[in-house]
Design a protein around this ligand. Structure first.
Ligand code: CUV
Ligand code: SF4
Length: 629
Protein backbone atom coordinates (compact mmCIF):
# COMPACT_ATOMS: atom_id res chain seq x y z
CA UNK A 1 0.00 0.00 0.00
CA UNK A 2 1.46 3.34 -0.91
CA UNK A 3 1.80 5.94 1.81
CA UNK A 4 -0.40 9.04 1.68
CA UNK A 5 1.62 12.12 0.80
CA UNK A 6 2.06 14.74 3.54
CA UNK A 7 -0.67 17.38 3.21
CA UNK A 8 0.74 20.42 1.42
CA UNK A 9 -0.36 22.72 4.24
CA UNK A 10 2.05 20.92 6.57
CA UNK A 11 4.94 21.57 4.18
CA UNK A 12 4.52 25.31 3.70
CA UNK A 13 2.55 28.16 5.25
CA UNK A 14 1.71 29.75 1.89
CA UNK A 15 -1.36 29.30 -0.23
CA UNK A 16 0.55 29.77 -3.49
CA UNK A 17 3.03 27.07 -2.48
CA UNK A 18 0.36 24.67 -1.22
CA UNK A 19 -1.59 24.94 -4.46
CA UNK A 20 1.51 24.41 -6.55
CA UNK A 21 2.63 21.41 -4.49
CA UNK A 22 -0.76 19.89 -5.18
CA UNK A 23 -0.48 20.75 -8.88
CA UNK A 24 3.03 19.28 -8.97
CA UNK A 25 1.61 16.05 -7.58
CA UNK A 26 -1.14 16.06 -10.24
CA UNK A 27 1.39 16.85 -12.95
CA UNK A 28 3.73 14.11 -11.75
CA UNK A 29 6.52 16.55 -10.91
CA UNK A 30 8.92 15.63 -8.12
CA UNK A 31 9.82 18.45 -5.71
CA UNK A 32 12.31 19.13 -2.98
CA UNK A 33 9.87 17.77 -0.36
CA UNK A 34 9.57 14.41 -2.14
CA UNK A 35 13.32 14.04 -2.25
CA UNK A 36 13.69 15.17 1.35
CA UNK A 37 11.36 12.38 2.40
CA UNK A 38 13.25 9.84 0.29
CA UNK A 39 16.46 10.85 2.05
CA UNK A 40 15.11 10.08 5.55
CA UNK A 41 16.53 8.88 7.83
CA UNK A 42 19.79 10.72 7.21
CA UNK A 43 23.20 9.28 8.06
CA UNK A 44 23.82 9.74 11.80
CA UNK A 45 27.60 10.00 11.50
CA UNK A 46 27.30 12.72 8.88
CA UNK A 47 24.66 14.58 10.83
CA UNK A 48 27.03 14.69 13.79
CA UNK A 49 29.93 15.78 11.60
CA UNK A 50 31.84 12.63 12.50
CA UNK A 51 32.67 11.36 9.03
CA UNK A 52 35.95 12.19 7.36
CA UNK A 53 36.89 11.61 3.75
CA UNK A 54 39.84 13.94 3.55
CA UNK A 55 42.17 11.14 2.50
CA UNK A 56 42.22 7.75 0.94
CA UNK A 57 43.19 5.81 4.05
CA UNK A 58 39.54 6.48 4.91
CA UNK A 59 36.72 7.32 4.67
CA UNK A 60 36.53 7.15 8.45
CA UNK A 61 33.81 7.66 11.00
CA UNK A 62 33.96 8.17 14.74
CA UNK A 63 31.69 6.34 17.11
CA UNK A 64 30.07 8.17 20.00
CA UNK A 65 29.97 4.89 21.94
CA UNK A 66 32.93 4.98 24.25
CA UNK A 67 33.74 1.28 23.90
CA UNK A 68 37.15 1.83 22.43
CA UNK A 69 36.14 1.11 18.84
CA UNK A 70 36.31 3.77 16.13
CA UNK A 71 37.40 6.56 18.47
CA UNK A 72 39.93 7.78 15.93
CA UNK A 73 40.25 7.81 12.15
CA UNK A 74 42.94 5.69 10.48
CA UNK A 75 45.39 8.62 10.73
CA UNK A 76 44.54 9.12 14.40
CA UNK A 77 42.32 12.20 14.11
CA UNK A 78 39.71 12.27 16.87
CA UNK A 79 36.11 13.42 16.70
CA UNK A 80 36.88 17.01 17.71
CA UNK A 81 39.47 17.42 14.97
CA UNK A 82 37.25 15.82 12.36
CA UNK A 83 34.22 17.94 13.26
CA UNK A 84 36.30 21.14 13.27
CA UNK A 85 37.90 20.28 9.94
CA UNK A 86 34.55 19.55 8.32
CA UNK A 87 33.13 22.76 9.70
CA UNK A 88 36.15 24.71 8.46
CA UNK A 89 35.69 23.39 4.93
CA UNK A 90 31.98 24.21 5.12
CA UNK A 91 32.82 27.82 5.98
CA UNK A 92 35.46 27.92 3.24
CA UNK A 93 32.83 26.75 0.74
CA UNK A 94 30.43 29.50 1.72
CA UNK A 95 33.10 32.17 1.79
CA UNK A 96 34.32 31.07 -1.62
CA UNK A 97 30.81 31.38 -3.05
CA UNK A 98 30.25 34.93 -1.88
CA UNK A 99 33.76 36.04 -2.60
CA UNK A 100 33.99 34.62 -6.08
CA UNK A 101 30.75 36.47 -6.75
CA UNK A 102 32.45 39.63 -5.45
CA UNK A 103 35.41 39.00 -7.74
CA UNK A 104 33.10 38.78 -10.73
CA UNK A 105 32.00 42.34 -10.01
CA UNK A 106 35.63 43.50 -9.94
CA UNK A 107 36.08 41.92 -13.34
CA UNK A 108 33.06 43.78 -14.69
CA UNK A 109 34.39 47.07 -13.33
CA UNK A 110 37.77 46.25 -14.83
CA UNK A 111 36.17 45.56 -18.22
CA UNK A 112 34.33 48.90 -17.97
CA UNK A 113 37.60 50.75 -17.36
CA UNK A 114 39.21 48.96 -20.28
CA UNK A 115 36.34 49.89 -22.58
CA UNK A 116 35.44 46.26 -23.08
CA UNK A 117 32.02 46.18 -21.48
CA UNK A 118 29.99 48.71 -23.47
CA UNK A 119 26.69 47.49 -22.08
CA UNK A 120 27.72 48.29 -18.51
CA UNK A 121 28.58 51.61 -16.95
CA UNK A 122 29.43 53.28 -13.68
CA UNK A 123 26.00 54.29 -12.46
CA UNK A 124 27.01 55.91 -9.20
CA UNK A 125 30.11 58.06 -9.49
CA UNK A 126 29.58 59.49 -6.04
CA UNK A 127 29.76 56.09 -4.48
CA UNK A 128 32.79 55.20 -6.60
CA UNK A 129 34.59 58.23 -5.19
CA UNK A 130 33.41 57.66 -1.65
CA UNK A 131 34.42 53.99 -1.54
CA UNK A 132 37.72 54.65 -3.30
CA UNK A 133 38.62 57.40 -0.84
CA UNK A 134 37.86 55.02 2.03
CA UNK A 135 40.35 52.59 0.55
CA UNK A 136 43.02 55.27 0.43
CA UNK A 137 42.78 56.01 -3.29
CA UNK A 138 43.23 59.66 -4.18
CA UNK A 139 40.07 61.02 -5.77
CA UNK A 140 40.58 64.76 -5.94
CA UNK A 141 40.75 66.22 -9.43
CA UNK A 142 40.96 62.79 -10.99
CA UNK A 143 39.01 61.29 -13.88
CA UNK A 144 36.37 58.73 -12.97
CA UNK A 145 38.01 55.98 -14.99
CA UNK A 146 41.40 56.57 -13.41
CA UNK A 147 39.86 56.23 -9.97
CA UNK A 148 37.94 53.14 -11.05
CA UNK A 149 41.15 51.53 -12.29
CA UNK A 150 42.76 52.06 -8.91
CA UNK A 151 39.69 50.70 -7.19
CA UNK A 152 39.87 47.58 -9.34
CA UNK A 153 43.49 47.07 -8.29
CA UNK A 154 42.72 47.68 -4.62
CA UNK A 155 39.90 45.14 -4.68
CA UNK A 156 41.91 42.52 -6.52
CA UNK A 157 44.68 43.01 -3.97
CA UNK A 158 42.22 42.10 -1.20
CA UNK A 159 41.90 38.68 -2.76
CA UNK A 160 45.61 37.96 -2.79
CA UNK A 161 48.23 37.62 -0.11
CA UNK A 162 50.30 40.75 -0.25
CA UNK A 163 48.31 42.64 2.38
CA UNK A 164 48.38 42.56 6.13
CA UNK A 165 44.67 43.21 6.34
CA UNK A 166 41.71 43.79 4.03
CA UNK A 167 40.90 47.32 2.88
CA UNK A 168 37.44 47.50 4.43
CA UNK A 169 38.79 46.55 7.84
CA UNK A 170 39.08 50.34 8.14
CA UNK A 171 35.31 50.25 8.76
CA UNK A 172 35.75 48.07 11.85
CA UNK A 173 35.88 49.76 15.27
CA UNK A 174 39.38 49.93 16.69
CA UNK A 175 38.54 47.77 19.75
CA UNK A 176 37.27 45.01 17.49
CA UNK A 177 40.39 45.15 15.35
CA UNK A 178 42.45 44.68 18.51
CA UNK A 179 40.49 41.52 19.32
CA UNK A 180 41.14 40.19 15.84
CA UNK A 181 44.85 40.93 16.17
CA UNK A 182 45.01 39.31 19.59
CA UNK A 183 43.47 36.07 18.34
CA UNK A 184 45.28 36.25 14.99
CA UNK A 185 42.08 36.30 12.97
CA UNK A 186 42.65 39.60 11.18
CA UNK A 187 41.62 38.65 7.62
CA UNK A 188 44.40 39.19 5.05
CA UNK A 189 43.50 38.04 1.54
CA UNK A 190 40.18 36.41 0.71
CA UNK A 191 41.64 33.65 -1.43
CA UNK A 192 44.47 33.26 1.00
CA UNK A 193 42.25 32.45 3.98
CA UNK A 194 40.15 30.04 1.93
CA UNK A 195 43.22 28.29 0.53
CA UNK A 196 44.78 28.16 3.98
CA UNK A 197 41.62 26.51 5.29
CA UNK A 198 41.93 23.80 2.65
CA UNK A 199 45.58 23.42 3.57
CA UNK A 200 44.96 23.27 7.31
CA UNK A 201 42.34 20.57 6.87
CA UNK A 202 44.55 18.33 4.75
CA UNK A 203 45.57 15.23 6.69
CA UNK A 204 48.42 16.00 9.02
CA UNK A 205 48.09 19.78 9.39
CA UNK A 206 45.89 21.62 11.85
CA UNK A 207 45.02 18.94 14.40
CA UNK A 208 43.67 21.18 17.09
CA UNK A 209 39.97 21.94 16.94
CA UNK A 210 40.28 25.39 18.54
CA UNK A 211 42.97 26.45 16.10
CA UNK A 212 40.89 25.26 13.14
CA UNK A 213 37.82 27.07 14.44
CA UNK A 214 39.73 30.33 14.80
CA UNK A 215 40.85 30.05 11.22
CA UNK A 216 37.22 29.37 10.26
CA UNK A 217 36.37 32.71 11.83
CA UNK A 218 39.20 34.38 9.93
CA UNK A 219 37.99 32.87 6.67
CA UNK A 220 34.44 34.04 7.34
CA UNK A 221 35.70 37.55 8.19
CA UNK A 222 37.47 37.62 4.84
CA UNK A 223 34.10 36.89 3.28
CA UNK A 224 32.12 39.49 5.23
CA UNK A 225 34.54 42.42 5.24
CA UNK A 226 36.17 41.32 1.98
CA UNK A 227 34.52 39.31 -0.77
CA UNK A 228 30.91 40.08 0.12
CA UNK A 229 31.56 43.73 0.89
CA UNK A 230 33.36 44.16 -2.42
CA UNK A 231 30.42 42.43 -4.12
CA UNK A 232 27.93 44.81 -2.54
CA UNK A 233 29.89 48.02 -3.02
CA UNK A 234 30.88 47.35 -6.62
CA UNK A 235 27.34 46.27 -7.52
CA UNK A 236 26.12 49.60 -6.16
CA UNK A 237 28.75 51.47 -8.16
CA UNK A 238 27.90 49.64 -11.38
CA UNK A 239 24.13 49.25 -11.05
CA UNK A 240 23.19 51.91 -8.53
CA UNK A 241 22.57 52.07 -4.78
CA UNK A 242 19.23 50.51 -3.78
CA UNK A 243 16.55 53.05 -2.93
CA UNK A 244 13.10 52.25 -1.57
CA UNK A 245 10.44 51.59 -4.17
CA UNK A 246 7.14 49.74 -4.45
CA UNK A 247 7.06 46.24 -5.78
CA UNK A 248 5.19 42.96 -5.37
CA UNK A 249 5.81 39.39 -4.25
CA UNK A 250 4.57 35.81 -4.60
CA UNK A 251 3.61 33.63 -7.56
CA UNK A 252 0.96 36.17 -8.50
CA UNK A 253 3.70 38.28 -10.06
CA UNK A 254 3.74 35.74 -12.90
CA UNK A 255 1.26 36.98 -15.51
CA UNK A 256 -0.92 34.65 -17.61
CA UNK A 257 -0.86 36.92 -20.65
CA UNK A 258 2.82 37.81 -20.64
CA UNK A 259 6.08 36.18 -21.67
CA UNK A 260 7.35 35.37 -18.18
CA UNK A 261 11.06 35.20 -17.51
CA UNK A 262 12.37 34.41 -14.05
CA UNK A 263 15.92 35.32 -13.07
CA UNK A 264 17.50 33.14 -10.41
CA UNK A 265 20.86 32.90 -8.69
CA UNK A 266 22.87 35.69 -7.11
CA UNK A 267 24.77 37.98 -9.36
CA UNK A 268 23.19 41.09 -10.92
CA UNK A 269 25.60 41.04 -13.87
CA UNK A 270 23.40 38.81 -16.06
CA UNK A 271 19.97 39.64 -14.68
CA UNK A 272 20.40 43.40 -15.09
CA UNK A 273 21.11 42.81 -18.79
CA UNK A 274 18.14 40.46 -19.17
CA UNK A 275 15.97 43.15 -17.60
CA UNK A 276 17.33 45.83 -19.91
CA UNK A 277 16.67 43.63 -22.93
CA UNK A 278 13.14 42.90 -21.72
CA UNK A 279 12.48 46.65 -21.64
CA UNK A 280 13.71 47.09 -25.20
CA UNK A 281 10.72 48.17 -27.39
CA UNK A 282 11.92 45.91 -30.20
CA UNK A 283 11.75 42.89 -27.88
CA UNK A 284 8.35 43.92 -26.54
CA UNK A 285 7.05 44.22 -30.11
CA UNK A 286 8.34 40.71 -30.82
CA UNK A 287 6.56 39.36 -27.75
CA UNK A 288 3.35 41.05 -28.84
CA UNK A 289 3.69 39.59 -32.29
CA UNK A 290 3.84 36.20 -30.61
CA UNK A 291 0.47 36.95 -28.98
CA UNK A 292 1.62 38.05 -25.52
CA UNK A 293 0.84 41.38 -23.86
CA UNK A 294 4.50 41.98 -23.17
CA UNK A 295 7.52 40.69 -21.29
CA UNK A 296 7.46 40.20 -17.54
CA UNK A 297 10.58 39.71 -15.44
CA UNK A 298 10.29 38.17 -11.98
CA UNK A 299 12.94 37.35 -9.45
CA UNK A 300 13.84 34.24 -7.48
CA UNK A 301 16.27 34.04 -4.57
CA UNK A 302 19.11 36.53 -4.41
CA UNK A 303 19.42 37.57 -8.05
CA UNK A 304 15.81 38.50 -7.52
CA UNK A 305 16.79 40.48 -4.43
CA UNK A 306 19.45 42.35 -6.38
CA UNK A 307 16.91 43.42 -9.01
CA UNK A 308 14.20 44.01 -6.43
CA UNK A 309 16.41 46.40 -4.47
CA UNK A 310 17.71 48.36 -7.42
CA UNK A 311 14.99 48.07 -10.06
CA UNK A 312 11.85 47.19 -8.14
CA UNK A 313 11.44 43.96 -10.11
CA UNK A 314 8.85 41.75 -8.37
CA UNK A 315 9.82 38.57 -6.53
CA UNK A 316 8.14 35.34 -7.58
CA UNK A 317 9.53 33.39 -4.67
CA UNK A 318 12.32 32.26 -2.43
CA UNK A 319 14.41 29.11 -2.31
CA UNK A 320 11.65 26.52 -1.81
CA UNK A 321 9.41 28.32 -4.32
CA UNK A 322 11.82 27.98 -7.23
CA UNK A 323 10.54 24.63 -8.50
CA UNK A 324 6.96 25.61 -7.79
CA UNK A 325 7.25 28.76 -9.90
CA UNK A 326 7.76 26.56 -12.97
CA UNK A 327 4.79 24.39 -11.95
CA UNK A 328 2.49 27.38 -12.68
CA UNK A 329 2.99 26.36 -16.30
CA UNK A 330 3.32 30.01 -17.25
CA UNK A 331 7.07 30.46 -17.13
CA UNK A 332 8.76 30.69 -20.52
CA UNK A 333 12.31 30.82 -19.24
CA UNK A 334 14.31 30.58 -16.05
CA UNK A 335 17.65 32.32 -16.46
CA UNK A 336 20.22 31.48 -13.82
CA UNK A 337 23.71 32.49 -12.84
CA UNK A 338 24.94 30.62 -9.77
CA UNK A 339 24.30 29.38 -6.22
CA UNK A 340 21.14 27.97 -4.62
CA UNK A 341 19.76 26.79 -7.97
CA UNK A 342 18.39 23.32 -7.43
CA UNK A 343 19.71 20.93 -10.08
CA UNK A 344 16.15 19.58 -10.25
CA UNK A 345 15.09 22.78 -12.02
CA UNK A 346 16.20 21.11 -15.27
CA UNK A 347 13.78 18.21 -14.74
CA UNK A 348 10.93 20.43 -13.58
CA UNK A 349 11.39 22.74 -16.59
CA UNK A 350 11.34 19.71 -18.88
CA UNK A 351 7.84 18.83 -17.61
CA UNK A 352 6.58 22.12 -19.09
CA UNK A 353 7.50 24.33 -22.01
CA UNK A 354 10.01 26.22 -19.83
CA UNK A 355 13.49 26.95 -21.14
CA UNK A 356 16.12 26.55 -18.43
CA UNK A 357 19.05 28.75 -19.38
CA UNK A 358 22.39 28.76 -17.60
CA UNK A 359 24.80 31.64 -18.12
CA UNK A 360 27.88 31.04 -15.96
CA UNK A 361 30.59 28.70 -17.14
CA UNK A 362 31.19 27.83 -13.50
CA UNK A 363 27.58 26.77 -13.00
CA UNK A 364 26.52 24.49 -15.83
CA UNK A 365 23.63 22.04 -15.59
CA UNK A 366 23.35 18.91 -17.68
CA UNK A 367 20.24 19.23 -19.83
CA UNK A 368 20.12 23.04 -19.69
CA UNK A 369 20.58 25.50 -22.53
CA UNK A 370 23.92 27.17 -21.83
CA UNK A 371 24.79 30.66 -22.94
CA UNK A 372 28.34 31.46 -21.94
CA UNK A 373 27.73 35.00 -20.74
CA UNK A 374 30.42 37.50 -21.51
CA UNK A 375 30.46 41.15 -20.45
CA UNK A 376 31.71 42.17 -23.90
CA UNK A 377 28.59 40.78 -25.60
CA UNK A 378 26.11 40.99 -22.74
CA UNK A 379 23.31 42.97 -24.38
CA UNK A 380 23.23 40.76 -27.46
CA UNK A 381 23.25 37.62 -25.37
CA UNK A 382 20.46 38.98 -23.20
CA UNK A 383 18.42 39.63 -26.36
CA UNK A 384 19.08 36.08 -27.46
CA UNK A 385 17.71 34.88 -24.12
CA UNK A 386 14.58 37.00 -24.51
CA UNK A 387 14.05 35.62 -28.00
CA UNK A 388 14.27 32.08 -26.67
CA UNK A 389 11.62 32.93 -24.10
CA UNK A 390 9.37 34.46 -26.75
CA UNK A 391 9.76 31.33 -28.86
CA UNK A 392 8.83 29.21 -25.84
CA UNK A 393 5.65 31.26 -25.35
CA UNK A 394 4.26 29.74 -28.54
CA UNK A 395 4.66 26.31 -26.98
CA UNK A 396 2.84 27.17 -23.74
CA UNK A 397 -0.22 25.01 -23.00
CA UNK A 398 -2.70 27.47 -21.51
CA UNK A 399 -4.79 24.61 -20.13
CA UNK A 400 -1.92 23.73 -17.80
CA UNK A 401 -1.51 27.28 -16.49
CA UNK A 402 -2.49 28.00 -12.90
CA UNK A 403 -1.45 31.19 -11.18
CA UNK A 404 -2.61 30.49 -7.66
CA UNK A 405 -2.86 33.87 -5.92
CA UNK A 406 -2.82 37.62 -6.44
CA UNK A 407 0.45 39.44 -5.79
CA UNK A 408 1.08 41.24 -2.50
CA UNK A 409 2.51 44.79 -2.31
CA UNK A 410 5.90 45.57 -0.79
CA UNK A 411 8.33 48.43 -0.35
CA UNK A 412 11.87 47.26 -0.85
CA UNK A 413 15.36 48.48 -1.64
CA UNK A 414 16.80 49.82 1.59
CA UNK A 415 20.54 50.27 1.98
CA UNK A 416 22.70 52.17 4.45
CA UNK A 417 22.69 55.12 2.07
CA UNK A 418 18.90 54.99 1.73
CA UNK A 419 18.55 54.71 5.49
CA UNK A 420 20.79 57.71 6.12
CA UNK A 421 18.93 59.65 3.49
CA UNK A 422 15.60 58.87 5.15
CA UNK A 423 16.99 59.93 8.49
CA UNK A 424 18.04 63.29 7.04
CA UNK A 425 21.71 62.51 6.51
CA UNK A 426 22.71 61.38 9.99
CA UNK A 427 22.32 58.25 12.08
CA UNK A 428 21.25 60.35 15.06
CA UNK A 429 17.47 59.93 14.71
CA UNK A 430 17.98 56.14 14.65
CA UNK A 431 20.33 56.26 17.63
CA UNK A 432 17.87 58.49 19.49
CA UNK A 433 15.06 56.01 18.82
CA UNK A 434 17.27 53.24 20.19
CA UNK A 435 18.27 55.31 23.20
CA UNK A 436 14.71 56.24 24.14
CA UNK A 437 13.62 52.64 23.53
CA UNK A 438 11.14 53.08 20.68
CA UNK A 439 13.46 50.80 18.80
CA UNK A 440 14.85 48.45 21.45
CA UNK A 441 17.23 46.68 19.14
CA UNK A 442 17.90 45.59 15.60
CA UNK A 443 17.89 42.05 14.20
CA UNK A 444 18.99 41.08 10.72
CA UNK A 445 17.19 37.96 9.55
CA UNK A 446 19.03 36.24 6.77
CA UNK A 447 17.23 34.24 4.15
CA UNK A 448 17.18 30.60 3.25
CA UNK A 449 14.59 27.89 3.41
CA UNK A 450 15.07 24.31 4.46
CA UNK A 451 12.54 21.48 4.11
CA UNK A 452 13.42 20.52 7.68
CA UNK A 453 10.90 23.22 8.64
CA UNK A 454 7.43 24.01 7.39
CA UNK A 455 8.44 26.44 4.64
CA UNK A 456 8.78 30.02 5.95
CA UNK A 457 7.02 29.26 9.25
CA UNK A 458 10.12 30.19 11.22
CA UNK A 459 11.16 33.09 9.00
CA UNK A 460 7.79 34.80 9.30
CA UNK A 461 7.12 33.70 12.87
CA UNK A 462 10.39 35.09 14.15
CA UNK A 463 10.07 38.38 12.27
CA UNK A 464 6.60 38.92 13.74
CA UNK A 465 7.72 38.05 17.28
CA UNK A 466 10.65 40.44 17.08
CA UNK A 467 8.79 43.45 15.77
CA UNK A 468 6.19 42.91 18.51
CA UNK A 469 9.04 43.48 20.95
CA UNK A 470 10.00 46.75 19.22
CA UNK A 471 12.99 45.17 17.55
CA UNK A 472 13.53 46.54 14.05
CA UNK A 473 14.11 43.74 11.54
CA UNK A 474 16.40 43.98 8.52
CA UNK A 475 15.73 41.26 5.95
CA UNK A 476 18.27 39.90 3.50
CA UNK A 477 18.13 36.99 1.12
CA UNK A 478 15.27 34.58 0.96
CA UNK A 479 13.36 35.84 3.97
CA UNK A 480 12.51 38.92 1.92
CA UNK A 481 9.81 37.18 -0.07
CA UNK A 482 8.44 35.59 3.08
CA UNK A 483 8.26 38.90 4.91
CA UNK A 484 6.67 40.49 1.87
CA UNK A 485 4.01 37.79 1.58
CA UNK A 486 3.24 38.21 5.29
CA UNK A 487 2.55 41.93 4.79
CA UNK A 488 5.62 42.98 6.74
CA UNK A 489 7.28 44.96 3.95
CA UNK A 490 4.72 47.76 3.83
CA UNK A 491 4.27 50.60 6.33
CA UNK A 492 0.87 49.14 7.33
CA UNK A 493 2.79 46.11 8.57
CA UNK A 494 3.73 48.16 11.60
CA UNK A 495 0.21 47.42 12.91
CA UNK A 496 1.82 44.10 13.90
CA UNK A 497 4.70 45.86 15.68
CA UNK A 498 5.03 46.98 19.28
CA UNK A 499 4.04 50.57 20.15
CA UNK A 500 7.55 52.04 19.92
CA UNK A 501 8.45 50.60 16.56
CA UNK A 502 4.98 51.40 15.27
CA UNK A 503 5.47 55.04 16.18
CA UNK A 504 8.81 55.23 14.35
CA UNK A 505 7.45 53.42 11.30
CA UNK A 506 4.51 55.82 11.09
CA UNK A 507 6.75 58.85 11.47
CA UNK A 508 9.16 57.69 8.78
CA UNK A 509 6.50 55.89 6.66
CA UNK A 510 8.63 52.75 6.62
CA UNK A 511 7.79 49.08 7.09
CA UNK A 512 8.74 47.33 10.36
CA UNK A 513 10.91 44.96 8.33
CA UNK A 514 13.35 46.64 5.97
CA UNK A 515 14.53 44.81 2.88
CA UNK A 516 18.30 45.14 2.96
CA UNK A 517 19.18 43.19 -0.16
CA UNK A 518 20.63 39.83 -1.07
CA UNK A 519 22.80 37.58 1.07
CA UNK A 520 26.08 39.24 0.03
CA UNK A 521 24.40 42.42 1.28
CA UNK A 522 24.77 41.25 4.86
CA UNK A 523 27.94 43.25 4.40
CA UNK A 524 25.62 46.28 4.64
CA UNK A 525 24.48 45.01 8.04
CA UNK A 526 27.98 44.62 9.50
CA UNK A 527 28.97 47.95 7.97
CA UNK A 528 25.95 49.59 9.64
CA UNK A 529 26.83 47.97 12.97
CA UNK A 530 30.37 49.32 12.59
CA UNK A 531 29.01 52.81 11.93
CA UNK A 532 26.68 52.68 14.93
CA UNK A 533 29.38 51.32 17.25
CA UNK A 534 31.79 54.04 16.13
CA UNK A 535 29.12 56.70 16.60
CA UNK A 536 28.51 55.51 20.15
CA UNK A 537 32.19 54.93 20.86
CA UNK A 538 31.64 51.26 21.75
CA UNK A 539 32.37 47.85 20.25
CA UNK A 540 29.89 46.11 17.96
CA UNK A 541 29.40 43.45 20.65
CA UNK A 542 28.02 46.15 22.98
CA UNK A 543 25.08 46.87 20.67
CA UNK A 544 21.55 45.48 21.18
CA UNK A 545 21.67 43.63 17.87
CA UNK A 546 21.23 40.10 16.53
CA UNK A 547 21.65 38.13 13.37
CA UNK A 548 19.40 35.18 12.67
CA UNK A 549 18.86 32.54 10.04
CA UNK A 550 16.02 30.35 11.26
CA UNK A 551 15.69 28.21 8.13
CA UNK A 552 19.28 28.31 6.90
CA UNK A 553 20.53 25.62 4.59
CA UNK A 554 23.65 26.78 2.74
CA UNK A 555 27.39 26.90 3.37
CA UNK A 556 27.13 30.62 2.73
CA UNK A 557 24.70 31.05 5.59
CA UNK A 558 27.23 29.57 8.01
CA UNK A 559 29.95 31.86 6.66
CA UNK A 560 27.62 34.82 7.23
CA UNK A 561 26.74 33.61 10.71
CA UNK A 562 30.36 33.20 11.64
CA UNK A 563 31.54 36.57 10.32
CA UNK A 564 28.68 38.20 12.22
CA UNK A 565 29.69 36.43 15.44
CA UNK A 566 33.37 37.25 14.93
CA UNK A 567 32.33 40.86 14.33
CA UNK A 568 30.49 40.85 17.66
CA UNK A 569 26.92 40.16 16.51
CA UNK A 570 25.30 37.10 18.14
CA UNK A 571 23.53 34.80 15.70
CA UNK A 572 20.47 32.63 16.09
CA UNK A 573 20.03 29.59 13.86
CA UNK A 574 17.13 27.17 13.71
CA UNK A 575 19.14 23.99 13.24
CA UNK A 576 22.75 23.30 14.20
CA UNK A 577 25.41 22.75 11.55
CA UNK A 578 26.97 19.28 11.43
CA UNK A 579 29.08 19.79 14.56
CA UNK A 580 27.11 18.19 17.37
CA UNK A 581 29.31 15.07 17.36
CA UNK A 582 31.95 17.13 19.14
CA UNK A 583 31.11 18.47 22.55
CA UNK A 584 34.19 20.68 22.40
CA UNK A 585 33.25 22.29 19.07
CA UNK A 586 29.59 22.65 20.04
CA UNK A 587 30.53 24.31 23.34
CA UNK A 588 32.80 26.74 21.55
CA UNK A 589 30.07 27.64 19.06
CA UNK A 590 27.45 28.18 21.75
CA UNK A 591 29.60 29.61 24.56
CA UNK A 592 33.33 29.77 23.93
CA UNK A 593 33.02 32.27 21.10
CA UNK A 594 31.36 34.65 23.56
CA UNK A 595 34.60 34.85 25.54
CA UNK A 596 36.63 35.58 22.44
CA UNK A 597 34.34 37.71 20.29
CA UNK A 598 31.67 38.84 22.76
CA UNK A 599 29.06 36.99 20.71
CA UNK A 600 28.17 33.37 20.00
CA UNK A 601 25.60 31.15 18.29
CA UNK A 602 22.16 30.34 19.65
CA UNK A 603 20.50 27.21 18.26
CA UNK A 604 16.74 27.29 18.78
CA UNK A 605 14.26 25.60 16.45
CA UNK A 606 11.22 27.27 18.05
CA UNK A 607 10.85 30.86 16.90
CA UNK A 608 8.86 31.98 19.94
CA UNK A 609 11.57 30.78 22.30
CA UNK A 610 14.24 32.18 20.00
CA UNK A 611 12.62 35.62 20.09
CA UNK A 612 12.47 35.47 23.89
CA UNK A 613 16.14 34.55 24.19
CA UNK A 614 17.11 37.23 21.70
CA UNK A 615 15.05 39.73 23.66
CA UNK A 616 16.75 38.75 26.92
CA UNK A 617 20.13 39.58 25.48
CA UNK A 618 18.91 42.82 23.99
CA UNK A 619 17.73 43.81 27.46
CA UNK A 620 21.14 43.06 28.94
CA UNK A 621 22.95 44.99 26.23
CA UNK A 622 20.65 47.97 26.66
CA UNK A 623 21.19 47.98 30.40
CA UNK A 624 24.96 47.87 30.02
CA UNK A 625 24.74 50.84 27.67
CA UNK A 626 22.88 52.66 30.45
CA UNK A 627 19.55 52.52 28.61
CA UNK A 628 16.18 51.29 29.84
CA UNK A 629 15.68 47.58 29.11
NI1 CUV B 1 21.77 34.01 -1.33
S1 CUV B 1 21.77 31.31 0.48
S2 CUV B 1 18.63 30.24 -0.09
S3 CUV B 1 19.27 33.41 1.31
S4 CUV B 1 19.53 32.56 -2.15
FE1 CUV B 1 18.08 31.97 -0.92
FE2 CUV B 1 19.86 34.01 -0.66
FE3 CUV B 1 20.39 30.91 -1.11
FE4 CUV B 1 19.89 31.28 1.29
FE1 SF4 C 1 40.42 8.99 7.97
FE2 SF4 C 1 42.34 10.67 8.82
FE3 SF4 C 1 42.03 10.17 6.22
FE4 SF4 C 1 40.16 11.57 7.52
S1 SF4 C 1 42.26 12.18 7.15
S2 SF4 C 1 39.81 9.94 6.05
S3 SF4 C 1 40.23 10.59 9.53
S4 SF4 C 1 42.60 8.71 7.78
Amino acid sequence: MSKQPTPAKDLTIWEDAQKMIEKARRDGVETVWDRFEQQQPGCKFCELGLTCKNCNMGPCRISLKEDGKMQRGVCGADGDVIVARNFGRFVAGGSAGHSDHGRDLIEVLEAITEGEAHDYKISDEDKLRRVSAELGISVDNRETMAIAKDLVEACFADFGSRRKELGFVSRVPEVRREIWKKYKVMPRGVDREIAEMMHRTHMGCDNDAVSTLLHSAKTALADGWGGSMIGTELSDIIFGVPTPSRSQVNLGVIKADMVNILVHGHNPVVSEMVLAAARNPEMIAQAQKAGAEGINIGGLCCTGNELLGRQGIPMAGNHLMTELAIVTGAVEAVVVDYQCIMPSMVQVAACYHTKFITTADKAQFTGATHISFNTATAADQAKEIIEMAIAAYALRDQSRVEIPVAAVDTITGFSNEALLNMLGGSLDPLLDAVKEGSIRGVAAIVGCNNPKFQHDSQNVGLAKELIKKDILVLATGCITTAAGKAGLLVPEGSEMAGPGLKKICSALKIPPVLHFGSCVDNSRVIHLCGLIANALGVDISDLPVWGSSPEWYSEKAVAIGLYCVASGIPVHIGTPPQITGSKLVTDIALNGLENIFGAAFLVEPDYVKAAEKMDERIKLKRLSLGLSA
